[in-house]
Design a protein. Structure first.
Length: 399
């Protein structure tokens, strides 16, 4: 029988000694105090205990079981912090030390932190570490897609949250897969989405038919607990749906559409209510929940992939379109010609046209050079002689 420190084990009562008992066998045993054993317990009775190192660095057992075992991850509040490190209470006899070198960042008293419990076999002590990636290697991952697991929420990352799967493996939870607000150290139910190498992707909701059945049950439970009516419809914000029903808007629309087809709910303009009669209203096939479920994917496919023309049918038509395009380009020219009011008869070869008459030089002859000091006369001087002559001003000095 092997006794592992940091683990909860069932060990048989071997014999009684001073101030306590021995658990295990003659070759391998561990001490436990009398206060942890009920009076009248018979030998060979198996007792559930937690094994740890005492002040003398010897193994000791206790029936006070902790919240954290060796290799598992948990969230605890820092009780005391000093030069050695930070101490946390995991619920056992002794507090656990988080050494300074095992802290990602400095831990202050009263702060919540996520740790993994480790065994220092050299110094014979149990300690905790906030460096999860160093101690959780993700080796021999036993999960497959769709498995239900327990998630412990870790620190924030760019794509969402880092999580600890079943307290043994590191995984990632995408932001769009969070169906509820989560906080550090919170434990929630999750499902495996993908396992590739050492990477684990998880989600907080099921998928496929399991997701549909789960979403339908949630909607009906919520309706029954809120007077048979909920103000949620196709135009509701996705965050509000997550807050109330803990599901995505896509899952909500699919589940509501199925419940409507089954005659369990009625889809009104503003929300959903329980269908007490079980009869479907007239024109239920044209409801947008049903249309979106039946033909939404086909419409999206038509929008994304437009039909391409059949080039075999267009084989001869290509040349015609080119000719037509060239003819269309010539049409504006004819239009411009007609707009100018020109005559079609003038559109003749250059040989038949008469040479154009030479232009007469109508430019005025240059006037003789003026004498210096002569005052320039204006055309208005012949009509108005009383107007005084205009003197030319120079700016070679002051006026």
């Amino acid at each position: 029988m092997r006794i592992i420190p940091g683990k909860i084990q069932n060990l048989p009562l071997f014999e009684s000694v001073d101030r306590g008992y021995l658990l295990g066998t003659a070759e391998n045993n561990v001490f436990i105090s009398k206060r942890d054993i009920k009076p009248g317990t018979e030998p060979d009775t198996e007792i559930e205990v937690f094994v740890y190192y005492n002040e003398m660095k010897d193994l000791e057992a206790t029936t006070k079981l902790p919240l954290l075992q060796l290799g598992e991850v948990g969230c605890f509040r820092v009780g005391n912090s000093n030069d050695l490190g930070a101490f946390i209470d995991i619920g056992s006899r002794r507090d656990i030390l988080i050494p300074q070198k095992e802290q990602v960042e400095g831990l202050e008293t009263g702060r919540m932190t996520l740790v993994v419990l480790c065994d220092d076999q050299v110094n014979r002590r149990l300690y905790a570490s906030t460096k999860l990636n160093r101690h959780l290697r993700n080796e021999d991952i036993p999960y497959k897609r769709g498995d239900e697991v327990q998630l412990t929420i870790a620190e924030k990352i760019d794509i969402g949250r880092r999580v600890v799967v079943d307290g043994k493996f590191i995984g990632a939870l995408f932001r769009q897969e969070m169906m509820d607000r989560v906080r550090l150290g919170e434990k929630v139910k999750g499902y495996i989405r993908k396992v590739e190498g050492k990477d684990i992707i998880v989600s907080m909701q099921r998928e496929g038919l399991d997701l549909l059945d789960d979403s339908k049950a949630r909607i009906m439970d919520y309706l029954e607990g809120n007077g048979g009516y909920v103000r949620l419809n196709d135009d509701t914000d996705p965050e509000e749906i997550k807050l109330r029903l803990h599901m995505s808007k896509k899952a909500f629309k699919r589940a509501a559409g199925m419940l409507f087809k089954e005659g369990k709910v009625l889809l009104t303009k503003l929300g959903i209510k329980i269908n007490k009669t079980g009869e479907l209203p007239d024109g239920w096939e044209n409801h947008k929940f049903i249309e979106g479920e039946d033909s939404g994917d086909e419409k999206k496919a038509d929008q994304r992939k437009p039909e391409k023309p059949n080039f075999e049918e267009r084989g001869v038509a290509r040349k015609d379109t080119r000719r037509n395009s060239s003819a269309d380009k010539e049409k504006p020219r004819e239009k411009k010609f007609l707009d100018r009011g020109g005559d079609r008869s003038s559109d003749k070869p250059r040989q038949d046209r008469k040479p154009a008459a030479p232009r007469s030089d109508t430019r005025p002859k240059s006037s003789p050079p003026k004498k210096t000091g002569e005052v320039r006369k204006f055309s208005g001087d012949s009509e108005n002689k009383s107007r005084p002559p205009v003197k030319q001003l120079t700016f070679k000095g002051k006026k």
